[in-house]
Design a protein around this ligand. Sequence first.
Ligand SMILES: C[S@@+](CC[C@H](N)C(=O)[O-])C[C@H]1O[C@@H](n2cnc3c(N)ncnc32)[C@H](O)[C@@H]1O
Length: 254
Amino acid sequence: MKRKILVIGIGAGNPEHLTIQAVAAMNRASVFFIPDKGTTKEQLARVRKEICERFIRASSWRMVEFDVPPRQKAARGYRGAVADWRDDVASVYERLLMEELAGEQWGAFLVRGDPSLYNGTTRILERLRARRRFELDYEVIPGISSVQALAARHKVPLNTIGRSVLITTGRKLAERFPDGADSVVVMLDGDRALRSADGDLDVFWGAYVGMPEEVLVAGKLREVIDDIERLREAARAKHGWIMETCLLRREAGE
Ligand SMILES: C[S@@+](CC[C@H](N)C(=O)[O-])C[C@H]1O[C@@H](n2cnc3c(N)ncnc32)[C@H](O)[C@@H]1O
């Protein structure tokens, strides 16, 4: 039996980010696989459930929650640890797809933001294909990424005229500001890097963008870094988790 999966981008946290294509795809799916992931799980599972209840018109669908295996920090360095972790996750997906899908049913993974940005779902599905335990077909539906949501909330384009945009992680930015970059988007562990970045940069920062908890700050980095750190700590203490993204850029001279 062929297993069929929809990888659906659901936007950055506001249910209204869902595209019409995503809603149509959700209405084709019978089984929704919902990851249960550490401290952010309640809020993230809540958004996914709200989206399902609000947009699915089909009469029969169900959710299957599953535990995401923990990432081992140990021996093989960051890339090795991620590769090992993806293998563990692939084994969990393999079991889910074998046990939970019947006949012509489509399964769905609801991916935060867009599946193409810092999300491993398609890589894991490719791993499953390579294992050849069953035939697997999947489709990817794009979503509004946190990067787009951030730019919209700050009402700024990501690029300056005719220049490039680089998307990176806080971990990478902490090593050095990318050579020759004008506009840099920082995702994942952004809290590591901002304090040490050049204070002359303009920053457009957002946490929980699109969600009721949203916080936005913009300005010259040296003038707003204290505000960002204070708001970040207060929000983390209040909600127990945080997701933040920012755009950094050199003065455009436009
Ligand atoms: C694992 S990545 C997933 C990115 C996602 N696929 C996307 O397209 O936005 C998680 C990171 O996305 C960013 N992020 C996701 N949702 C966010 C939100 N609502 N507000 C701010 N940043 C967000 C944060 O940088 C977070 O650490």
